[in-house]
Ligand binder design. Sequence first.
Ligand code: AMP
Ligand code: MG
Length: 518
Amino acid sequence: MKNLSSKTFKNEFVNTFDGDETGNLQPRQTPGVLYSKAIPTPVKNPELLAWSDELAAELHVEKPNREDILILGGNLVTPSMYPYAACYAGHQFGNWAGQLGDGRAITLGEWNTPDHAAYELQLKGAGPTPYSRRGDGRAVLRSSVREYLMSESMFYLGVPTTRALALVSTGDQVMRDLLYDGNSAYEKGAVVMRTAPSFLRFGNFEMLAARQELPQLEKLTSWTIAKFFPHIKGENKVIQWFEEIVERTATLMVEWIRVGFVHGVMNTDNMSILGLTIDYGPFSFLDQYDPEFTPNTTDLPGRRYAYGRQPSIGYWNLGCLASAIAPLFQDTESLSAALEKYKTIYFGKYHMMMAGKLGLDEFRASDQELIEAVEKTLTLLKADMTIFYQLLITLSPETTTEEAVAAHFSPSYYELPNKVNIETLHQTINNYQLRISRNQTSSKASKEIMKISNPRFILRNYLLHQAIQELEKGQQTLFLKLQEAIKNPYSAAHDEFFKLRPEWANDQPGSSTLSCSS
Ligand code: AMP
Ligand code: MG
């Protein structure tokens, strides 16, 4: 176990690639380099609000002392750290946005564990970098609590994600326009320390392609493969690598669909090259089931990043990555072929996942219709997705009449279903029961797979909202409860949260609707 302040950090990325070493934080274009040196800007009074003991144990990091907390706030940089902001580009809402880069994220260095695992340690909200454009490089408590809790929650749900080690308040005030309606106000500032093997995004590769810096593109690609995909061997490494990213992205989309997660800003600069959930902003879990739901107010006009569109946006984003790395291929046929496999890979995984949620022994071709019917029924009922699937686990084969079925699922209703929708539900459930009766495995086995496929606790936005409001007044009770609840999402241990979103939260800004203001 080592302290943050006494550990010798590695800096492989900066030692390998060309960077802007000036330390100049003026916003600007940085052609020819992959990063800029960026020393965090100190804050007034860093105080530790949260620390993930479990992640710390995995990393072999000692609980923070006073010096470590200075590091977490950006007030101390030790000699072995080389703080930098990465330069990347991206497509935002379907349009090429040019250079973006880490506008408020600063990587301090690479933390190697005794068992040779390597993690990037990054501060989010640690002050301006050359990529801050018009932003201040800061993050508010509200968005930092959301990222801290949600990334950890996704980890415990089993969804690939970056993680969060620490959350500190800064003692500084940050000006934000929460609703983008011209009403700016001061909010408390905070910094999250987040970790991942790498924060490289599709956008890092798009940047080099756009600048036509082919030797750098080639070098970044082969370095990424060697360091993060060491199992890829032999000739044609690049195509194997792309195939694996296609596969990982498909897995990630299936996992988001499984737990009802909506990212909210699936721009290509927010797509991890490792297939992780990254950059937690205006995200939400679904309360009532609605494939068209987007939590991001900026996304409302087109609903490009709505829950049900995420898998096809994953494909679109992979297309951007394929275009970026196309110059590395003499003949791009194999690249197109790999991209075109996405749909088949996605649906293969999606069918297996849905079979798990429904407790089917296997996916049979004829199950496609049942899956569609379940999703259609959920959409019609606008039922609470999490509660509905939990009720499906406890559904008895004897619950067969229309009245009994409607009553069984009633805890998942936000509004009483009309006659037609009740008939649809009844029909779907009858078909489901018939299919379940044909399982080759036991009912017990079926229930078990349902229990590990369907979360019982999800970190709903209204809970985050309440916890944040309390924290802003200096109360930690709900925050601490949620920090525990996220660790056991498939158990009934935290059933005080097993209920519908309350009515007060329906149109509450920061709870049901969110902007990118953070
Ligand atoms: P996002 O939509 O959060 O992924 O951010 C898009 C771009 O804006 C990234 O380059 C971010 O680093 C940058 N950005 C977001 N918020 C800020 C901020 N407060 N200060 C500086 N840059 C920011
Ligand atoms: Mg981002």
